[in-house]
Design a protein around this ligand. Sequence first.
Ligand code: BTN
Length: 241
Amino acid sequence: IGGDIRYFDEVDSTNDVAKKMGSSSDEGTVVIAEMQDSGRGRKGGHWMSPRGGVWMSVILKPNVVPAYAPRFTLMAGVAVAKAIRGLGVEASLKWPNDVLIGDKKVCGILTEMDAECDQINFVIIGIGINVNVLIEELSEDLRSSSTSLSEIKGEELDRIAFVQALLRALEDEYIRSKTSGFDSILEEWRSLSSTIGRDVDVVTPQRIIRGKAVGITENGTLLVETAEGLEEIVAGSCIHG
Ligand code: BTN
């Protein structure tokens, strides 16, 4: 991963650039930009991407069915958490796609895919990390729930070294998922997770599900023990209690 790195100063969204290149690029190609004008988040939201952050997309070509796409979000989360822990900072994972430091978000992951006839052509793993981002530069609604590595460390970080460590971690996890199976990634996700074992409110398009997060399945769905019994949640936003 990272054998071919395409570096841009400014793009709309690295995921969109990667999507256009996907079919004609080698697996492991990385698109990275200093800033994004229209960074995208989950549920069609905007992702603020000022200078100083790491905004990148990785193209993978796994030989799996589209239903497995959420696995890549979990895999990337594990790699990001490990890369951050390598700096001596306690990072944890919040279902489905956030990396937290304490209870503040430092990274979001947006996995998208190009698939046909039940076969994945390529997966784009979009990773946005507030590395040297000044929190004051984020919009007011994000400030209280976001942090950056430079804010935590009290100094600017070497972004190149960090990206190198992250790509290495991502490649390790990807190879492990192929050789030892996805279960080993899931195991790691659970141990790095701050969601499992917590009381949660999960906001889904239909309703809010309240209970205790007890597990995660191999399809990346969350298991919540509620007053009515065990619920399996495919998509939603999780609020830790
Ligand atoms: C989220 O938490 O809502 C996901 C945010 C994902 C942001 C990254 S930044 C690089 C890549 N390009 C995008 O437009 N989005 C992802």
